[in-house]
Design a binder for this molecule. Structure first.
Ligand code: SAM
Ligand code: DTB
Ligand code: SF4
Length: 325
């Protein structure tokens, strides 16, 4: 069955549906396309931290903001290997490697990252990387090393983009997503809510993701983690109802995609997260740290899974009934 083409107005109407009805509809879409209660658990590791030349207003790793993040050069393959073992033992089937780079350069560091990818892949885990902009050739090298997914968020709407970031533009982002696709990798792309954006910007972001063909295999929805020292430090916390609404709308607009309840879970109750899963979230980042900020511990999440009757998705399995088109 072909994917529906949504207009911005239609997406806005979905977003503004009375909450109970919205959740009910999203649950139905979820059940139609996915195994209910199965959640992908991904671990995150910052392999190169801080000192980034970009000016993303939300990000504690941008060199120009005075945050408590300590700059750390690229980790060694051994350190990454140990972290992957730990993540696997904690129940993660995917590991995402993050680097505070504007773009990948063809140097020794990139060769090391390729070795990291090979090492984690050999453990039977899906490997994802988020390293900034990449060319098609670099994406191919990552794919050849065994990379499964590339994360590159569009973060917000096209209209709002340059109020958040000035050192690159929306087309740069879409270009990298295109390169990743051409290299045969799966695409992970989403964004952040709680940055002072309008509802229309949330809708605009979902619209851009919805018109990608194929649609992204995974869409992370992050609640801003307001970090001291960044221009976003005083942003009020995202109301849980906005997160549920955003997740439900994403689920309806991108029916076959894995919707990831991403940053910000430490500020959410178990009940709040349960409603997010009910609304169609079927993926989380687990482990004590996201990239630089704290996150629930593996055993806390496993307790939540046990209470809510959730199960963890195995690596390289696809519960979708049809291909993404
Ligand atoms: N440097 C690469 C890039 O920007 O693509 C990869 C790492 S970057 C930290 C990955 C993503 O993390 C960003 O696109 C953004 O969506 C998310 N992120 C960063 N800081 C965040 C924050 N304070 N709260 C929520 N999400 C955040
Ligand atoms: C994504 O969408 N969220 C993750 C991952 N992709 C790379 C990153 C969240 C970062 C939150 C702030 C921090 O810990 O530095
Ligand atoms: Fe750099 Fe990525 Fe942070 Fe932007 S989001 S400042 S590109 S690490």
């Amino acid at each position: 069955m072909a994917i529906k083409d949504w207009t911005k107005q239609e997406i806005l109407d979905v977003y503004n549906t009375p909450l109970m009805e919205l959740m009910y509809k999203a649950s139905e879409v979820h059940k139609q396309h996915h195994t209910v209660g199965e959640v992908q658990v991904s671990s995150l590791l910052s392999i190169k931290t801080g000192g980034c030349p970009e000016d993303c207003a939300y990000c504690p790793q941008a060199a120009r903001y005075h945050t408590e993040v300590k700059v750390h050069k690229l980790m060694s393959v051994t350190e990454v290997n140990d972290a992957a073992d730990n993540a696997k033992a904690g129940g993660a089937s995917r590991m995402c490697l993050g680097a505070a780079w504007r773009e990948v350069r063809d140097n020794r560091d990139f060769d090391t990252v390729l070795d990291m990818v090979k090492t984690i892949n050999s453990k039977g885990m899906e490997v994802c990387a988020t390293l900034g902009m990449v060319t098609e050739e670099q994406a191919r090298k990552l794919a050849d090393a065994g990379l499964y997914a590339y994360n590159h968020n569009i973060d917000t709407s096209e209209e709002n983009y340059n109020t958040i970031i000035s050192t690159r533009n929306y087309d740069d982002r879409l270009n990298t997503i295109n390169n990743v696709r051409k290299a045969g990798l799966t695409v992970c792309s989403g964004g952040i809510i709680g940055m002072g954006e309008k509802i229309e910007d949330r809708v605009g972001m979902l619209y851009t993701l919805s018109i990608l063909r194929p649609q992204p295999e995974s869409v992370p929805i992050n609640a801003l983690v307001a970090v001291e020292g960044t221009p976003m430090e005083n942003q009020p916390p995202v109301p849980i109802w906005d997160m549920i609404r955003m997740i439900a709308t994403t689920r309806i607009i991108l029916p076959k995609t894995a919707v990831r309840l991403s940053a910000g879970r430490l500020n959410m109750s178990m009940e709040g997260q349960a409603l997010c899963f009910m609304a169609g979230a079927n993926s989380i980042f687990a482990g004590e740290k996201l990239l630089t900020t704290p996150n629930p511990l593996y055993n806390q999440d496993m307790e939540m899974f046990s209470i809510l009757g959730l199960t963890t998705k195995k690596a390289f399995t696809d519960t979708l009934k049809e291909e993404l088109v």
